[in-house]
Ligand binder design. Structure first.
Ligand SMILES: [Zn+2]
Length: 76
């Protein structure tokens, strides 16, 4: 996804940094649980890990995060 904006008569766009890959992380929100999923680039495995935690514990509510390194560059 690229978003384009104009500031001070210079066009910029923001993109994913080409030398990075997004990461996925999760944390179980059960108040008695400390399970967390360390950041990983494998989003499908992150989903499987949450489902496995649900199957093992019955805990089904998670905080999930997706993180990306972005870079702002001239639009050209
Ligand atoms: Zn849990």
């Amino acid at each position: 996804m690229a978003v384009k904006s104009v500031f001070r008569f210079v066009d910029y766009r923001i993109i994913a940094h080409p030398d990075s890959e997004p990461t996925y992380a999760a944390q179980c929100l059960n108040p008695d649980c400390t399970w967390t999923l360390a950041p990983t680039a494998d989003g499908e495995q992150a989903d499987v890990d949450c489902m496995t935690h649900r199957a093992d514990t019955g805990h089904g509510i998670f905080s999930r995060s997706y993180q990306q390194v972005a870079v702002v560059v001239p639009a050209r």
